[in-house]
Design a protein around this ligand. Structure first.
Ligand code: ADP
Ligand code: MG
Length: 254
C-alpha cells in the first residue's frame, strides 16, 4: 500500500509544486517508488517534469475519459500523472457528478500497490480538486512561508480537513507544516515559527526540516529539472533530502 500525501495550501506561491517535485525526487533517490499527481490547471509540475502539452491527464482520468495506466508517465522510480489546461473545464464537469469528491481516490486505489508514496500537488484553492486530494490521502502537508503571524489560511485548511476526516476519510491526518523559502537567521522568521510551535493545535506537527530560500529551487523548475539533477550540492537539494529522511522515519516501511 502506498502512503498518499496531499501537499495543500489555498494560497498560491507557497512552495507546493516545488515540494512535490523535489520531495518526490528525493524519495525516489532513496529507492522509493513515487507517483506525483498534478491537480493544478496551471500545470507547473507537469512542465517541470518535461511533460507539457500531454493530451491525456488527470482531468481525463477523473471524468472517465482515460484509464489510470494510460495517463501515468514513468521515468525510473519517479512517475507522474500530468495535467493540461483542460483541467479547469473538467473540474466544472465534475461538479455535477454524484460522489465527485471520491473520483481521485477511486482511481489511485487501483495503483496503490505499485508505489511507496503518492504525492498530490494541489491547486491554490480549496475546491473540488483539493477536496479530492484530501479524500484520497492518508496525510496532508501544508507548506508555508514564515511571512506573518496571521495563520488564517491554515485555519481554513484545518476546518476543511476535519470535515473530510469526519465525513469521508477517517484515516486523514495532518502530516505536518513545512516552512519553506526560509531565511532562518532573521529574528522575524524565528518569531513566526515560534508562535506556531507554541500553538497547542500544532504541537509536534511542524517538520524539523526547514526548506531554506535557495535560488536553485527556483531555477531548476524553470529549466525542467529537479534540484538534484540541476544543483546536487545546493541548499535546496540538501534540505529536500533531509525532508525525505524525516518523512521516511515518520511513515516509511518499518
Ligand atoms: N525554498 C525556495 N527558495 C526560493 N524560491 C522558492 C523556494 N520554494 C519555491 N520557490 C519559488 O517560489 C515560487 C512559488 O513556488 P511554487 O512551488 O510554484 O508554489 P505553489 O505551487 O504553492 O504555487 C516559484 O517560483 C518557486 O521556484
Ligand atoms: Mg503550484
Amino acid at each position: 500500500m502506498s502512503n498518499i500525501i496531499s501537499i495543500i495550501n489555498n494560497k498560491g506561491g507557497t512552495g507546493k509544486t516545488t515540494t512535490v517535485l523535489n520531495l518526490g525526487a528525493a524519495l525516489a533517490k532513496k529507492k522509493q517508488r513515487v507517483l506525483m499527481v498534478d491537480l493544478d490547471s496551471q500545470c507547473n509540475l507537469t512542465s517541470a517534469f518535461g511533460a507539457d502539452g500531454t493530451e491525456q491527464g488527470v482531468g481525463e482520468l477523473l471524468t472517465g475519459k482515460a484509464t489510470i495506466n494510460s495517463v501515468i508517465i514513468a521515468n525510473g522510480q519517479l512517475s507522474l500523472i500530468p495535467a493540461n489546461e483542460k483541467l479547469l473545464d473538467y473540474e466544472f464537469l465534475l461538479n455535477n457528478e454524484p460522489g465527485r469528491e471520491y473520483m481521485l481516490r477511486e482511481q489511485l486505489e487501483k495503483v496503490a500497490d505499485d508505489f511507496d508514496f503518492i504525492l498530490i500537488d494541489c491547486p491554490p484553492s480549496l475546491g473540488t480538486l483539493s477536496t479530492n486530494s484530501l479524500v484520497a490521502a492518508n496525510h496532508f502537508i501544508v507548506p508555508m512561508q514564515a511571512e506573518n503571524f496571521a495563520f488564517i489560511g491554515l485555519d481554513r485548511i484545518m476546518l476543511i480537513s476535519e470535515k473530510v476526516k469526519k465525513r469521508m476519510n477517517p484515516s486523514l491526518d495532518l502530516g505536518g507544516i513545512l516552512f519553506v523559502k526560509l531565511a532562518p537567521r532573521t529574528k522575524f522568521s524565528q518569531a513566526v515559527i515560534q508562535s506556531l510551535t507554541d500553538n497547542q493545535n500544532f504541537a509536534g506537527k511542524i517538520f524539523n526540516t526547514y526548506i531554506r530560500q535557495d535560488i536553485s529551487l527556483m531555477e531548476s523548475g524553470a529549466f525542467k529539472q529537479n534540484v538534484f539533477d540541476y544543483a546536487p550540492k545546493s541548499r535546496g537539494a540538501h534540505d529536500y533530502s533531509d525532508l525525505a529522511k524525516e518523512i521516511l522515519k515518520l511513515y516509511g516501511k518499518k
